[in-house]
Design a protein around this ligand. Structure first.
Ligand code: GLP
Length: 243
């Protein structure tokens, strides 16, 4: 494995707790920090920890700014399966973050290209992302950067692979309701973050964890780009580590 720090813990709850420690330290060190946030099932134990620590007075989000990785194209912010709603329900509604300090790509943007440029501009204006949280898809996607022939540099639109739509259909009534396209930060946007924490849990992620971090870097496994980042912490459970 490259220079990535890999930490293997017993359970997904342990992974969430350690990740929360890293977020807590970051916010204490820089109360105005800029966080890159992710959706999916994997970060949920972390978000539960952050909510509990905020309620306990341990973490103050009042000056923190956040940028989410991605959003489904065509879903309104209040749509049941939108990533904006996911973030509201699992984190933002339960902590003292200012709504105007939270950013999620707009699934209903009338001019997506302008929205992408504006998203990148806002990240730069905030001074760049200090700490980026990631999960991983079964095909190695980060955000919604699907396998391809190059690493997309900036926020852009993507056609979701059949595998990703199948994996995410559990949140929808049927596969037909899963959007065909999405908006996502680029691999370059992610790589520009000062620090990256990637969480990987579950036996079904063991194969992609190995391919992404123990095999050569390739855009056919987008997460493999992280091998070239100078400050990545990979926190996984034993199941994902294959032990
Ligand atoms: C989606 C998200 C990714 C996430 C992935 C894995 O595709 N766009 O950001 O990492 O799902 O999700 P899970 O953690 O539920 O396996």
């Amino acid at each position: 494995m490259s220079g990535i720090k890999m930490i293997t813990l017993e359970t997904p709850e342990d992974v969430g707790r350690l990740a929360a420690d890293i977020f807590e330290l970051e916010i204490h060190a820089k109360p105005t920090c800029v966080l890159g946030l992710a959706t999916g099932s994997t970060p949920l134990p972390l978000y539960r920890q952050l909510v509990a620590r905020n309620k306990a007075g341990r973490i103050d989000f009042s000056r923190v700014r956040t940028f989410n990785l991605d959003e489904y194209e065509g879903l309104a912010p209040d749509h049941e399966q939108s990533y904006r709603r996911f973030m509201q329900e699992n984190l933002f509604d339960h902590i003292n973050i200012r709504p105007e300090n939270t950013h999620v790509p707009d699934g209903l943007a009338s001019d997506p290209q302008a929205m992408f440029a504006e998203y990148e501009r806002q990240i730069s204006e905030c001074g760049g992302i200090d700490l980026q949280l990631l999960g991983i898809g079964h095909d190695g996607h980060i955000g919604f950067n699907e396998p391809g022939d190059f690493f997309p540099p900036l926020t852009h639109d993507v056609v979701l692979t059949e595998q990703t739509r199948q994996a995410n259909k559990r949140f929808f009534q049927s596969i037909d309701e899963v959007p065909l396209r999405a908006y996502t930060m680029g691999v370059g946007t992610v790589m520009a973050a000062r620090k990256i924490v990637i969480l990987i849990t579950g036996k079904d992620k063991a194969d992609i964890l190995r391919r992404a971090f123990s095999e050569p870097v390739t855009p056919h496994v987008p997460a493999s780009a992280l091998q070239f980042h100078h400050d990545v912490t990979l926190i996984c459970d034993r199941a994902a580590a294959g032990i």
